[in-house]
Design a protein around this ligand. Structure first.
Ligand code: SF4
Length: 222
């Protein structure tokens, strides 16, 4: 359920709002909650980095069909990708933090900036317990990095609640969850994890936990 506070803010907010859909179980739950409880229009978008798993596109289409929506896709700039690949090659993002961040900047952050242009607020499926980089997120925040409001309706949900909601409501789930993945990202930078590892452990597993964000969810002062 969406909190009464968030529901009131969403219903009374002027301007365009959109959910960032990155194929996570949490995004599916957030989308279901919005469809069920929010009366105002909202958009849904995704970032196609060009490095997604083969399973992601069919899942994207399954979600569109299930919810009877269109998920708007944003792509990286082709010239920027060509320059990146000329410099780093196919696996160069694993060469170090600077290389990885450069790839995320071109394939994710720059397209996100275009996706958020003209929006009053965006919504995400982030949860505080996912990792140490997210433990202080709030349900309602100001996103200083992109200059708009940010809503995290699942901020205080547990993983157990997320998957129970998916089961109870027979919602679609990305097939990689059944192969031990706890988070869905780009193919070169995401792998399955053990049961006792946190939800973000399979992302950029060669990096220290405090670095494991791609630049989409960085808090900056207003
Ligand atoms: S997650 Fe990996 S492949 Fe995807 S944009 Fe970031 S560095 Fe590049």
């Amino acid at each position: 359920m969406l909190s009464e506070t968030l529901l009131a803010v969403l219903e009374n907010l002027n301007g365009n709002i959109a959910l960032a859909f990155s194929h996570q179980a949490e995004d599916v739950v957030a989308l279901a909650l919005l469809k069920r409880h929010v009366k105002r229009p909202f958009g849904v978008f995704t970032l196609d980095t060009g490095k997604n798993f083969e399973e992601t596109k069919p899942f994207h289409m399954q979600v569109e069909s299930f919810f009877d929506i269109r998920i708007e896709q944003y792509f990286p700039n082709a010239d920027e990708v060509a320059a990146l690949e000329a410099d780093l090659g196919e696996w160069g993002m694993r060469g170090g933090l600077d290389e990885r961040k450069r790839c995320c900047q071109i394939r994710k952050v720059n397209p996100l900036r275009r996706a958020l242009s003209g929006k009053t607020a965006w919504l995400t499926g982030l949860r505080a317990e996912q990792s140490i980089t997210r433990e202080h997120i709030a349900e309602i925040e100001y996103d200083g990095a992109f200059g708009l409001l940010k809503f995290n309706p699942l901020a205080h949900w547990t993983a157990r609640q997320v998957f129970a909601y998916i089961d109870e409501n027979r919602l679609p789930l990305h097939p990689l969850y059944r192969q031990g993945f706890k988070s869905i990202g780009c193919k070169p930078c995401t792998r399955a994890v053990r049961d006792d590892e946190d939800a973000r452990a399979g992302r950029w597993w060669w990096e220290a936990p405090e670095h494991k964000e791609c630049g989409l969810h960085i808090k900056e002062a207003r």
